[in-house]
Design a protein around this ligand. Structure first.
Ligand code: S3P
Length: 183
């Protein structure tokens, strides 16, 4: 793995991982800790379109949503202001997105056990892919995506219910050599 300590200008930190891994919760804390902005992919898509993720999904379909998600990622990575980017869970599905993430450092994979993920997203909560059978969908998606998260990640942080988001945030700060930073 390449050196993750920011030598020159700091670069945005991208959080990837499955639904329920805690990208938004950790992203918020990490952004606060570093004094950076947080860009949450789903919120950005909703701000851009004035519609919720399920509304977009149902009216225009998954492919249209994925295009918006890709656009948000590309815009966020093109920005010169360092941010914490909480990417949406499905961002690794697009080959172009993976290529972009491959060029960017650091990409942090919040890796959680499947049981933890299922317990956290039990009721679907506005996530169209989980509407019918959340546990079954999560099992299938996790198997499909695990190799893709692995492909783009510069740093893997294991998360579970024993470790709160503050702890995970501190692990990331330490691993990236940002421990001197504070908001
Ligand atoms: C999705 C994840 C969701 C949201 C949409 C699809 C996915 O975001 O973009 O429901 O395909 O994994 P979070 O990962 O922030 O929950």
């Amino acid at each position: 793995m390449a050196d993750l300590s920011p030598g020159g200008a700091p670069s945005s930190i991208v959080l990837v991982g499955m639904m329920g891994a805690g990208k938004s919760a950790v992203g918020r804390r990490l952004a606060r800790r570093l004094g950076w902005d947080l860009l949450d992919s789903d919120h950005q898509v909703e701000d851009m379109t004035g519609r919720t993720v399920p509304e977009i999904w149902r009216a225009d379909g998954e492919a249209a949503f994925r295009r918006l998600e890709s656009q948000v990622l590309a815009d966020a990575l093109a920005s010169t202001t360092p941010k914490v980017i909480a990417a949406a869970g499905g961002v690794v599905l697009g080959e172009g997105n993976r290529r972009l993430l491959g060029l960017h450092r650091p990409v942090v994979w919040l890796r959680a056990p499947l049981e933890t993920l299922i317990a956290r997203v039990r009721r679907g909560e506005g996530r169209p892919l989980l509407d019918d059978d959340p546990a079954g969908a999560m099992t299938r998606l996790e198997a499909e995506r695990r190799p893709l998260y692995e492909e783009v990640a510069d740093l893997v942080v294991d998360v579970d219910n024993d470790h709160p988001a503050d702890w995970v945030t501190e692990r990331i700060v330490q691993a990236l050599g940002l421990s001197g930073a504070s908001a």
